[in-house]
Design a protein around this ligand. Structure first.
Ligand SMILES: Cc1cc2nc3c(=O)[nH]c(=O)nc-3n(C[C@H](O)[C@H](O)[C@H](O)COP(=O)(O)OP(=O)(O)OC[C@H]3O[C@@H](n4cnc5c(N)ncnc54)[C@H](O)[C@@H]3O)c2cc1C
Ligand code: SF4
Ligand code: SF4
Length: 942
């Protein structure tokens, strides 16, 4: 019998010889995570290469071509067409994320392909600039993917698509040679050199020159097109004596070469912007109004049809029942808000000619404008919430017609899907005539599957025949439209595309199956995933601190969803990734589809509780003995908390801590808070209640562990603030809220503590917290006890929980405030768990209103700082890599004080920030201000 060698991991082994070990991954969880993008497809790769330099790209491309291994470049994996998955090597460019150079005067930037659009624009905003094209996925998609897909967005109306904003590209070709693809004069000697050294460019140039007539005949008669190769752009350049090479590569979807760098054009950030929401009673009126509104030169004009409004929930978004379509219009002004008010009046006059379902909503303020955009930007993943079985399926998602025919198109689509009895969302860039069509189907049901196939052919053909439009405006052809590219352009032009592809990629190994392929669009559909709750949109990756550090899909929130919900999941081979999550809950806060990846991970950890953590938490549950032990620790702190002893402790504790996690350590660099020799409960004996002791106040303070055991001033500040508001709180007997306990897999122990807390805190009107994690955990008790007898008590408790900042903002008492010392610049770090608990505005509002405080919002205020309770013990190195970003943000803000709402974040910030930056709890800042006012007036307040 012939025994074939096991080649399943041979590619990974080969790549490891070419790159550093941590740049190559081929284990089962990694392959599962990389098997998906935001499309309906699934393909498992054989290995993933996380390139960090041009040399890396070159090595991987050359290796793949020499071994005939399919190679797929990938950035954020947010494309909707299956173009960033493949069966061979995934070349992930995410670690190439530098902004190499910005030229403010000439308005261009050199960037690497792994930078996220939102990050780029945040950086450029400081220079008053931005990159014009703005896909709705801008928070997560990366420039490499945008370039390769010729992405566009709502503001394409004003700034064009990516193809209109690229000056040059560095491309690694399958031959292994590098091409500087820019716009050349035909008589430029540099072009002659390019042509002599790059046969594919030479051949493509000849092909275009020989086929100008067919290109002219087949050019789509619409304002936007990303279908096929953009040979039209090359032909246009040639007509003006130029060879504009970026036009060939932008939109080529990784099928012609791999980009390592691009020089992009920038535009000025508008000085002022107006966003308006207009609810039309009749769809036809939208079509009539659009050309008139275009005369105002809006920067964006977006539409959502009646079905879309129903699907996202009219009530939730304040959309009137009578609205048949909603228009979102945006106008930018160079000359300030005055121009815009005039434009707003003209817009109101135009729209006043039609019956509207409500007054036009106009916003100038960035927060308010963002609110108006929120539903539109999160539309696609939000549709995932609609039905447990029927999911939004992207298969006719990106057609383009002439803008004045968009109402006619929408009416046709509504009738088509109405006849199929399929719910559908139709929305998009109406100013460009680009409609996104997302039907909700259960593709595992044969009837729905057949409807999908029928709709695919019928709608695309109608767009071509009746509307003379394009099947692809901005999302790319990928796997989903490859089958139809020939129908769009006819055999002659398609043959030209095939020749171009063959010239650049003779072995067909560069992203096979994408753009140029005759495989049916139904091949590789991921039927299993399409019955799950996750839209694979990657919005969670954009906020996941672990992904931010590792830039690898197997170390990311979306990847973890795939891994832990895979039928082949097992803890042993996935432990590495399942244990890497901080449980910061940022993913849960961000997910528009309502998925809680952190909870799924906690569920998996609960199947394998950590034994050392269990022993510690069981000891902690013995409140008296644990308190006595910590008092001993406090007394000995002057001894053990010295640099030399800390180093020794670190060494000695490593073997024990390794049972917590391989990476666990008690790093001497952790700035430990002072342990209290008299715990908070001892310091306030008149407030502290014994178990079963009757309550004395209507307000209870759930101090949690940190405020009780540490002498960090937080507990005292919370009590002092409550007293200033006229409240003498009870400190009921209590156990750990349960966050760290659950984090280490001990759900039953967490419930045990929660039951104690439920008993102790019954009957209070308000339960005040100071710790972000305790706040969230108490508010989450109903989830902990879902379906159990304690659920209703947990719900009653959750309703009464208020973080001290919420309490202060809602309190009818307004104690006087005063500057607490020299005026200080204060910024706010928004703790993840408090964000997840929905408390974001109150702490900021408190700080903004304090005299003597100059409040500045720091960049990335809403990003995790990497502390997450005990994470800085579990994985100190990663926690420090996470906090580095916060350090930069604080430095940029210029703040001398960072206020936050969580004692655990305080430890992390004190460890990670320079010593001259003060870290305080919001309650401490508030207390200082109240006390300063008291000193100034000479009168004690209650
Ligand atoms: C919720 C949501 C909203 C969206 N809204 C829009 C929208 O408004 N407008 C829009 O145009 N798109 C939109 N998209 C689609 C998608 O986000 C864009 O196409 C995006 O630009 C893809 O970027 P990416 O970094 O995710 O690329 P990926 O998905 O990783 O890759 C996309 C393509 O680029 C190729 N590629 C990546 N890097 C390179 C490289 N270095 N060299 C060569 N090829 C490379 C890949 O092979 C693939 O073919 C949306 C997607 C989602 C999930
Ligand atoms: S978990 Fe939510 S945010 Fe993350 S990929 Fe899935 S749908 Fe998107
Ligand atoms: S909880 Fe935090 S670390 Fe874990 S997956 Fe979510 S965002 Fe990432």
């Amino acid at each position: 019998m012939l025994v074939m060698p096991d080649t399943s991991r041979a590619i990974g082994a080969d790549l490891r010889r070419l790159l550093k070990p941590d740049q190559v991954k081929d284990d089962a969880p990694t392959k599962t995570a990389y098997a998906v993008d935001a499309s309906i497809y699934r393909m498992e790769p054989q290995a993933v290469a996380l390139v960090e330099s041009e040399d890396d790209i070159h090595r991987v491309v050359t290796y793949a071509m020499s071994r005939s291994v399919p190679l797929t470049a990938r950035a954020a994996g947010t494309n909707l067409t299956g173009s960033a998955i493949g069966s061979g090597i995934i070349l992930d460019v995410s670690r190439l994320h530098r902004i190499v150079e910005v030229n403010r005067e000439e308005r261009w930037a050199r960037i690497q392909p792994g930078i996220v659009l939102a990050e780029l624009n945040k950086h450029l905003a400081r220079e008053g600039l931005m990159f014009g094209p703005d896909p709705s996925s801008g928070d997560m998609c990366k420039l490499g993917g945008m370039l390769a897909n010729n992405s566009a967005g709502p503001h394409t109306l004003r700034y064009g698509a990516v193809k209109d904003n690229v000056r040059s590209l560095r491309v690694c070709l399958t031959s292994g040679s590098w091409l500087d693809a820019r716009n050349f004069d035909l008589d430029d000697p540099a072009l002659a050199r390019v042509l002599s050294s790059h046969a594919p460019i030479r051949e493509t140039l000849s092909l275009v020159q020989e086929h100008t007539d067919v290109l002219a005949r087949k050019r789509p008669a619409v304002s936007k097109n990303s279908c096929g190769y953009n040979l039209f752009g090359l032909a246009d350049g040639l007509a003006h004596g130029r060879l504009d090479l970026p036009h060939l590569f932008v939109g080529s979807e990784g099928t012609l070469g791999v980009f390592s760098e691009a020089t992009i054009s920038l535009v000025s950030k508008p000085r002022a912007t107006l966003t308006a929401l207009i609810h039309f009673k009749r769809l036809e009126d939208v079509g009539d109004a659009v050309p008139r509104l275009l005369a105002l030169t809006p920067s964006a004009l977006e539409v959502m049809d009646a079905n879309t409004l129903d699907l996202i929930g009219r009530g939730t978004h304040g959309i009137p029942a009578a609205a048949a379509a909603t228009l979102l219009a945006e106008l930018d002004a160079e000359g300030g808000a005055v121009d815009l008010r005039e434009a707003a009046e003209r817009m109101a006059t135009i729209c006043g000619d039609y019956p509207l379902a409500s007054e036009i909503v106009v916003a100038y303020d960035p927060d308010r404008r963002e609110q108006l955009w929120k539903a539109r930007k999160a539309l696609y993943p939000t549709l995932y919430r609609f039905d447990p079985r029927k999911k939004p399926i992207n298969f006719v998602d990106d057609v383009v017609v002439r803008a004045e025919r968009i109402s006619e198109l929408i009416r046709y689509l509504e009738e088509f899907f109405g006849s199929q009895r399929v719910p559908v969302a139709i929305f998009g860039h109406i100013g460009n005539g680009n409609a996104h069509i997302v039907p909700l189907l259960d593709v595992n049901d044969k009837r729905d599957f057949d409807k999908m196939v029928k709709g695919y052919h019928e709608i695309h053909q109608t767009v071509l025949d009746r509307f003379e439009g394009s099947i692809c405006g901005e999302h790319g052809d990928g796997r989903v439209r490859a089958e139809y590219v020939q129908a769009m352009f006819g055999p002659e032009l398609y043959d030209l595309f095939v020749k171009v592809k063959r010239s650049f990629d003779p072995s067909g190994m560069l992203n096979p199956g994408v753009k140029i392929s005759d495989r049916p669009f139904t091949e590789h559909i991921d039927y299993t995933r399409l019955s799950k709750s996750c839209a694979t949109c990657a919005k969670c990756n954009a906020v996941c601190p672990v992904y931010d550090v590792f830039r690898s899909e197997d170390m990311s929130s979306r990847g973890w969803f795939e891994i832990v919900t895979d039928v082949r999941y097992n803890y042993v081979n996935s432990k590495r990734v399942v244990e890497a999550c901080l449980n910061c809950k940022s993913c849960r806060t961000a997910c528009p589809a309502g998925v809680d990846v952190s909870q799924l991970i906690l569920d998996k950890r609960a199947e394998h509780p950590n034994s050392l953590a269990g022993a510690i938490f069981r000891f902690q549950a013995k409140t008296r003995q644990f308190a006595t032990f910590l008092k001993l620790v406090a007394r000995l702190q002057p001894l053990w908390d010295r640099p030399l002893i800390r180093r020794l402790l670190d060494l000695l504790s490593r073997p024990i801590l390794s049972r917590l996690a391989e990476s666990a350590s008690f790093s001497p660099a952790i700035v430990m808070p002072k342990f209290a020799s008299r715990h908070l409960r001892d310091r306030y004996p008149r407030l502290a209640l014994e178990p079963e002791q009757s309550r004395r106040s209507a307000v209870a303070y759930f101090h949690g562990c940190a405020a009780n055991y540490f002498d960090d001033g937080v507990g005292d500040a919370v009590i002092a603030v409550l007293r200033k508001h006229g409240v003498e709180p009870d400190l009921p007997a209590q156990r750990c809220s349960g966050t760290p306990v659950e984090t280490y897999g001990h759900r039953e122990l967490a419930k045990d503590g929660a039951r104690t807390n439920l008993r102790s805190f019954t009957g209070y009107d308000t339960i005040v917290t100071g710790c972000a994690s305790c706040t969230l955990m108490l508010k989450d008790y109903p989830k902990l006890f879902a379906g159990e007898p304690e659920q209703s008590a947990a719900e009653a408790m959750a309703r009464r929980v208020k973080h001290i900042s919420e309490f202060v903002m809602q309190s009818p008492v307004r104690p006087p405030t005063a500057a607490a010392g020299a005026a200080s610049t204060v910024t706010y770090h928004s703790s993840c768990h408090l964000r997840a608990a929905g408390v974001t505005k109150e702490p900021r509002a408190i700080l903004q209103n304090l005299p003597g405080v100059r409040y500045v919002e720091m960049p990335d205020a809403d990003r995790c700082a990497g502390g997450a309770g005990t994470y800085l013990v579990k994985d100190f190195e990663t926690s420090q890599r996470i906090v580095a970003r916060k350090r930069q943000a604080v430095a940029q803000s210029g703040a001398g004080v960072v206020a936050t709402s969580c004692p655990a974040c305080m430890i992390q910030l004190k460890t990670g920030l320079p010593a001259d930056v003060e870290v305080k709890h919001v309650a401490q800042v508030l207390r200082e201000s109240y006390e300063a006012a008291e000193r100034q007036s000479g009168e004690p307040h209650p």
